[in-house]
Design a protein around this ligand. Structure first.
Ligand SMILES: *Cc1c(COP(=O)(O)O)cnc(C)c1O
Length: 453
């Protein structure tokens, strides 16, 4: 075996084996040591072995342990063993997944995972999609398809003619719309500020009764899983109104969309109605637990997504099969299907459902434990998100800071409805019951100390 790859595997294995025992955040010394990487670029270079050694010696201690079992920051997820291993092999392949001729295996795996996901999520038959870098690009792709579709119906080809002089499109979003949707709208010339914002309820879900009248030139962006509360917009009502009006419904389901596979019926029911949308965006690097970067876009109208994304050049030979780059903003890219495939194939339906349900159960345990200790859980914990306050903003921020420094676990802060909260997001395959108990005990110990001081 190549000693370099063997060395890399040994170092990675050691890194992962120690993840559960080290402080979750890197210590100040490890972060300060990163400065030593700012060396002048050498003239002659260094050996690959020496380069790897430096990366591990300086880099590994400065990582945050988000691949470990007690990282609850943002909505992150770890990386399932099969996906890490698949990623290593695929990196050795170095395939270009932009073209069929660049990689037959990468192209086929993409088709396989798109089919599997359409089936898993109960999306309409005929739905297709693409593999992108994350939910931001998936949102961009879905909304680009919407823009094409609605304008093409008026006889306007937005790809050829651009937006100058085009019939106006309206965009309706919930007031709790994710920043990445607004970014996608900005990139697509649809503007962040001209959206029509629908008021939301106490959980941050769009109020169906406050939806404006829709028409055939409107894109409605619904959200499956609010980043703070985990709340779902009322998709059934929105879709019904959109259908009647000829509007397009795009779903930002970056993590929440995976609730569809939960074996808990009541939980999975939160996904009801979303299958009636026109396009869907999700991440694979969050709740599906594959390595960065990885997201998926799905579209009920293949022609619209293809028209929005297609490009041709004389040197790009087409095989007549599905060309991956006709479905995504990128042309050359890595074979992202590998890890999504490895995750789904290794878990199976039952394993996937269990992983999602387990995270939700852990979130409920956090919520119960915090509530029992007298702290205010600020959201209905129906998914994998918990928002908790430890008193006033200053007290909550002190607890947050102390928890992050303590290192047993890591959770981020958020301002929800004008008040600071700790946001606990349970998204990793690696989190077990004992990790939750250990983390909860640490949070309660620290909170009691901060409040007592
Ligand atoms: C994370 C997230 C996004 C953005 O996804 P990226 O993978 O960071 O591009 C969009 N919407 C929601 C609801 C999210 O949680």
């Amino acid at each position: 075996m190549d000693p370099l790859l063997e060395d890399a595997a040994r170092r990675a294995d050691r890194y992962l084996a120690r993840l559960g025992d080290r402080p979750v955040a890197p210590d100040d010394g490890a972060v300060a040591a990163l400065e030593s990487l700012r060396e002048p670029l050498s003239k002659e270079g260094h050996s690959a072995a020496d380069t790897l050694e430096l990366l591990d010696r300086i880099g590994s201690p400065a990582t945050i342990a988000c691949a470990g079992p007690r990282y609850f920051g943002f909505v992150t997820g770890g990386a399932l063993p099969a996906t890490v291993a698949g990623n290593w092999l695929a990196t050795a392949w170095d395939q270009n997944a932009g073209m069929r001729l660049g990689t037959q295996v990468g192209s086929v795996l993409e088709e396989v995972v798109l089919d599997w996901c359409v089936d898993l999520l109960g999306l309409p038959s005929g739905t297709t999609g693409g593999l992108v870098s994350g939910a931001t690009m998936a949102n961009l792709s879905g909304i680009a398809a919407a823009r094409h579709h609605l304008l093409a119906r008026t006889g306007w080809d937005v790809q050829e003619q651009g937006l100058f002089g085009a019939p106006e499109l309206r965009v309706v979003v919930g007031d709790e719309v994710h920043a990445s949707v607004l970014k996608a709208l900005a990139l697509l010339g649809l503007g962040r500020a001209r959206v029509e914002r629908v008021p939301v309820d106490a959980q941050g879900a769009m109020r169906a009764d406050a939806l404006p009248a829709l028409d055939e030139r409107t894109i409605v962006c619904v959200q499956a899983g609010n980043v703070n509360t985990g709340a779902f917009d009322p998709a059934t009502e929105v879709v019904a109104k959109a259908r009647e009006a000829g509007a397009w419904v795009h779903t930002d389901g970056a993590f929440g969309l995976w609730v569809a596979v939960s074996p808990n019926r009541e939980r999975a029911a939160q996904w009801q109605g979303y299958e009636g949308a026109d396009s869907w965006a999700t991440d694979a690097h969050k709740w599906l637990n594959v390595p960065y970067d990885s997201g998926l876009v799905f579209c009920r109208h293949p022609d619209a997504l293809r028209a929005a994304m297609t490009s041709t050049a004389s040197y790009l030979l087409e095989t007549g099969d599905r060309e991956p780059s006709h479905w995504t903003p990128e042309m050359s890219r890595r074979a992202r299907g590998v890890e999504v495939w490895a995750a789904l194939r290794s878990l199976g339906r039952v394993g996937l459902g269990d992983m999602v349900e387990r995270c939700c159960r852990h979130a409920s345990r956090f919520a119960d434990g915090l509530r029992e200790a007298g702290y205010e859980v600020r959201n209905d914990v129906r998914l994998n998100q918990v928002l908790v306050s430890f008193g006033d903003d200053a007290a909550t921020d002190r607890v947050l800071d102390a928890v992050q420094r303590d290192g047993t676990c890591w959770a981020g802060g958020s301002t929800w409805r004008g008040r600071r909260s700790m946001r606990i997001s349970v998204s990793s395959w690696a989190t077990g019951d004992s990790d939750v108990e250990k983390s909860l005990a640490a949070i309660l110990r620290i909170a009691a100390g901060v409040r007592g001081s």
